[in-house]
Design a protein around this ligand. Structure first.
Ligand SMILES: Nc1nc2c(ncn2[C@@H]2O[C@@H]3COP(=O)(O)O[C@H]4[C@@H](O)[C@H](n5cnc6c(=O)[nH]c(N)nc65)O[C@@H]4COP(=O)(O)O[C@H]3[C@H]2O)c(=O)[nH]1
Length: 952
């Protein structure tokens, strides 16, 4: 066929092109294919084999000129040279030399096919014989062509007459058998654009540019497009002009499709391979021929490290138990699917991969494609998910709270835990599958909708309080949390509920306790403040007044200490009851702690003196109520109380101010001997401020060590010597000089400062004893007495403090004598005796100071481990002249004698006093007569050079 497409005809590098092979082998005459450069034989067709009687294998690769094939090798060479000049030769006579030496005459035509030459031989014979032979040969050719579904065509260029075989005609969409007509008509079904290409190819072949012609074009027959491939050889006339073209036609539609698909799929494969997210590795002969980028990245190799090497050499799977399977796959003996194994990367990381292998043909080579999928993270995530699901399941099952999962839309319960069953009373069988409406758990169905709305808006609901109804109709207050959940694509709600009835009750109780006193259930200081604020607002609006009464039960501590705490508590409850009975509903009775009560009276319309009178009357009524006899736990008791009063708003409006002022007034009542009332006055504030100022100065004095001890000698008449001394506290004030204890001892005692000061005093006294002993100024019989304050004595660490001071200064314990007052003893006799006994067991002596001024009860004195009584100086002062004092002294001396106690008289200033006391039986004396309180150095000198007292 004339013409040519833009596509270069495929070159049969070997005779493998299917259509060419068919034609070549089916040709009736001998044909030979040789290399145009080397003239080596590429192929010989069966007719050639038959004619020459050589085996095909004997011919292939042999030099066509030198192999004994030609009767006249010289003519062969000339013919080849001519062919090179003209590109093709036609109908040249040639003798073919058979293997057995016989000569066969042929005409040869030589056609150049790119790098090859096709030699077609036709026997030379007589014309009849040759016509018959031609006929036979044509019919054989036709059969061969038809067997190959191939058509032939013959085109007379000059006349445009075209003869086509039936197959050619059919391929071009004509029905008849053989087809005769003009070529342009025959091409009518060719796609227009390809018709142009056929024309251009024809021009090229006629101009000698293309000796052989092969082109592919499309015809549209019955709306179906087919691909046809035409081959042709140009025949020249005597003048060497193009005269005729003979060729074949074959339908290559399927082949083309496959080719396209193959090209397409190979291109696709390459793209896919390189860009695949999973690692791919291509093996041929068990060696890596390609890896993709993902493989290099995942396993940490470059492609160059891998290509040409075996996976074992790289160490990719050499250490595996699954080694055999992977090798078999690499050899292509089996394919892997979903095979899971751990692989080591270049830097030693282990990756869990899912491996697949498949046999694949690429570029006619059998390869094995390995694909890897790193499932390390996925596996970890899966196991984490499993663990978390497991945890969820366990939490769900084991939670003490109620947990349920319900379908969001319908409220149908999908899952409930034991906590749900406990809370609601429904069994899981009863609950699952039923809607919340059917169960009737929600008291208000709208609440569920509201919960869902909030959950959707905020992503969850936490700690919402609501009431639910149990199976038995009981309503419970619960705290609910809700979260959205998707189960198998279904929108659900995970609901946690906790019964908070008990918690609420406790909260209310805690709240109540925060504002109330646990023992009496009265408002505490906090609620009192609150009430006071409300009261103030009310008073201001209505121009009213009020009063804050600060109560302190007198000597309540004695009740607690002597009758026990339960009795003390009962007394406080009784006092509460009595106060509540006496006040109006709008008044407040509060307890601040201990024995301190506050009564808040409100709604007075009077002011000035009239108000004070009204308040005083109310206060006295309350005092009377308290002082009425009471029977507690079998004890008949009668209390008294002290009341400090602050008026509202005259003395302040805040709880803090009013309490402070009422407390100042209360202090005044106590100063006056308790059991009374006092209104706050500004002058009290001044005194209280002074007290505060002294307190802070004393605090400073303690920290700066401004306290020192003076010592007053104690004279023993029998030995006529100083046998002891009393230590007396002094404050070495930086500005005011030396200050005696009378100015500050009460303030120290009332604050806790006495505790620290007391410890310092004990240490100073013990240190002084040690010093005097060391200096040989005293013997272990010498006694130094130290005053102990009640608060100090009561403190839990008192005994330890004393023993610590003794141990620290390493003094004989009997050198230390502790002076306590009758007041200490009476406060809590049992505690006093215990402490005294303990210290006494270590050798510490005790003296009762100011004896005779207090209770002076023989009954308690008998129980006390006391060594010495000190006759108070108030009796000594006038004893020679005042018969009462003289009598008291005689009584004290009698008590001491009968109880075998030591006796010392203090405040002895005159010889007369001394004589009297001695006559009565007193042997020890302390007073100005023997020496005033003196500092340590003075006492040292006194002991060094004792004066001759010459007392008689
Ligand atoms: N008019 C007169 N007075 C004499 C005479 N002989 C001694 N005095 C004074 O009488 C007081 C005796 O001490 P007290 O009865 O224990 O009474 C003491 C004692 O209760 C307390 N006190 C002194 N030192 C301490 C101490 O270290 N601790 C404690 N808790 N209280 C102490 O202070 C009170 C007063 O002590 P001081 O002012 O030192 O007063 C001392 C002393 O200076 C005398 O012949 N005539």
């Amino acid at each position: 066929m004339p013409g040519k497409t833009g596509v270069a005809p495929p070159t049969p590098s070997t005779a493998t092109d299917s259509s060419f092979v068919l034609l070549f082998n089916g040709m009736p005459g001998p044909a030979l294919l040789i290399d145009s450069q080397t003239q080596l034989i590429i192929d010989a067709n069966p007719a050639f084999i038959e004619a020459t009687q050589y085996e095909r294998q004997q011919l292939l690769g042999q030099p066509a000129g030198d192999f004994p094939l030609w009767g006249h090798p010289r003519r062969w060479r000339a013919m080849m040279r001519s062919q090179q000049r003209h590109n093709s030769l036609h109908d040249q006579p040639i003798e073919l030399l058979r293997r057995d030496g016989g000569l066969l005459s042929y005409q040869v035509s030589i056609v150049k096919l790119n790098q090859q030459l096709l030699l077609c031989l036709q026997p030379r014979s007589s014309s009849n014989a040759s016509d018959q032979a031609l006929k036979d040969s044509r019919s054989r050719l036709k059969m061969a062509l038809e067997a190959g579904q191939m058509g032939i065509w013959d085109w007379q260029i000059a006349t445009d007459a075209l003869h086509c075989s039936a197959r050619s005609a059919e391929l071009h969409g004509f029905q008849s058998d053989d087809w005769d007509g003009c070529a342009s008509h025959f091409l009518q079904h060719v796609v227009a654009e390809d018709r142009q290409a056929i024309r251009r190819a024809f021009i090229a072949i006629c101009r000698g540019r293309e000796p052989r012609y092969r082109l592919t074009y499309r015809v549209t027959v019955n709306k179906r497009q087919r691909w046809l491939q035409a081959t042709a050889t140009l025949h020249l006339n005597q003048q060497g002009r193009p005269a005729r073209m003979i060729g074949t036609l074959v339908d290559i539609t399927d082949q083309r499709r496959n080719q396209n698909a193959l090209v397409e799929s190979e291109a696709k494969f390459a793209i896919l391979f390189q860009n695949a997210p999973d690692p791919y590795c291509l093996l041929h002969n068990q060696r890596v021929i390609e890896v993709n980028q993902s493989f290099a990245r995942t396993f940490g190799y470059s492609a160059l490290d891998l290509i040409g090497r075996q996976p074992e050499e790289i160490g990719l799977w050499s250490s595996h138990s699954a080694h055999r399977s992977l090798q078999q796959a690499a050899r292509g003996e089996r394919e892997l699917h979903g095979f899971t194994e751990t692989f080591s990367t270049n830097n030693g990381h282990l990756l869990l991969c899912e491996v697949g292998s498949t046999r694949i043909r690429i570029n006619h080579q059998q390869c094995v494609l390995f694909s890897f999928r790193d499932i390390t993270a996925r596996t970890q995530a899966e196991s984490a998910l499993r663990a978390s699901e497991d945890k969820f399941a366990r939490a769900f099952k084991g939670s003490p709270d109620s947990i349920s999962i319900s379908e969001l839309k319908t409220g149908r319960q999908l899952e409930v835990n034991d906590g749900f069953c406990r809370l609601t009373g429904y069994s899981s069988e009863e609950a699952i599958g039923r809607t919340v409406d059917e169960l009737g758990i929600w008291i208000d169905a709208n609440e569920r909708d509201d919960l869902i709305r909030t959950m959707e808006e905020k992503g969850g609901v936490y700690g919402r309080e609501m009431r639910i109804r149990t199976r038995h109709g009981k309503e419970i207050l619960v705290s609910i949390s809700a979260q959205p959940l998707t189960l198998d694509g279904l929108d659900c709600m995970l609901l946690t509920a906790r019964d908070i009835s008990e918690q609420k009750r406790i909260e209310a109780r805690v709240k109540h306790l925060a504002y109330h006193d646990a023992l009496t259930n009265l408002p505490n200081r906090l609620l009192l403040s609150d009430r006071l604020s409300q009261l103030n607002a009310l008073h201001q609006r209505h121009g009213l007044r009020g009063a804050l009464l600060f109560f302190d039960l007198d000597h309540f501590k004695h009740i607690n200490d002597s009758l026990g705490h339960s009795c003390g508590d009962a007394v406080l409850q009784e006092v509460t009851r009595r106060l509540l009975c006496r006040v109006r509903a709008e008044d407040t009775v509060a307890r601040l702690g201990g024995d301190e009560f506050v009564v808040l009276l409100s709604g007075f319309t009077s002011n000035g003196a009239a108000l004070a009178q009204e308040v005083e009357r109310a206060a006295r009524e309350l005092l009377d109520a308290i002082s009425a006899p009471m029977q507690i736990e079998g004890h008949a008791l009668q209390l008294s109380a002290s009341i400090g009063i602050a008026l509202i708003p005259d003395h302040g409006d805040s709880a803090e101010d009013l309490l402070k002022r009422a407390d100042i007034a209360l202090y005044r009542v106590k100063e006056r001997g308790r059991d009374g009332i006092a209104f706050f006055e500004q002058s009290m504030q001044v005194a209280a401020s002074e007290r505060l100022a002294i307190e802070s100065e004393l605090r400073r004095a303690i920290s700066k060590g401004q306290f020192c001890l003076y010592y007053q000698p104690q004279f023993d008449y029998r030995s006529q010597r100083i046998e002891g001394a009393e230590s007396l506290l002094r404050w070495q004030h930086p500005e005011r000089g030396l200050i005696g204890p009378g100015a500050f001892i009460d303030v120290l005692e009332q604050s806790t400062l006495i505790l620290e000061a007391g410890r310092q005093i004990l240490h100073q006294a013990c240190a002084f004893i040690a010093e005097l002993l060391e200096a040989g100024l005293i013997t272990p019989q010498f006694s130094l007495s130290v005053n102990i304050s009640p608060r100090q004595f009561r403190h839990a660490s008192f005994v330890d403090d004393v023993l610590e001071a003794i141990a620290l200064h390493d003094i004989p314990t009997r050198c230390l004598s502790l002076e306590i007052t009758e007041g200490i003893v009476i406060e809590n006799i049992n505690d006093t005796i215990d402490k005294m006994n303990l210290l006494r067991s270590h050798g510490v002596h005790f003296a009762i100071d100011d004896f005779g001024t207090g209770y002076s009860s023989l009954s308690y004195l008998k129980q006390l481990p006391v060594d010495l009584l000190k006759i108070d100086q108030s009796f000594v002062r006038d004893c020679p002249h005042n018969p009462n004092d003289a009598e008291i002294i005689r009584a004290i001396i009698a008590i001491a004698t009968s109880l075998h106690l030591g006796l010392i008289a203090e405040g002895v200033e005159t010889q007369e006093q001394l004589t009297f006391l001695h006559q009565q039986g007193c042997e020890q004396f302390q007073g100005y007569l023997f020496g005033r309180p003196m500092d340590a150095s003075q006492l040292r000198s006194l002991l060094q050079n004792p004066p001759d007292y010459a007392v008689t």
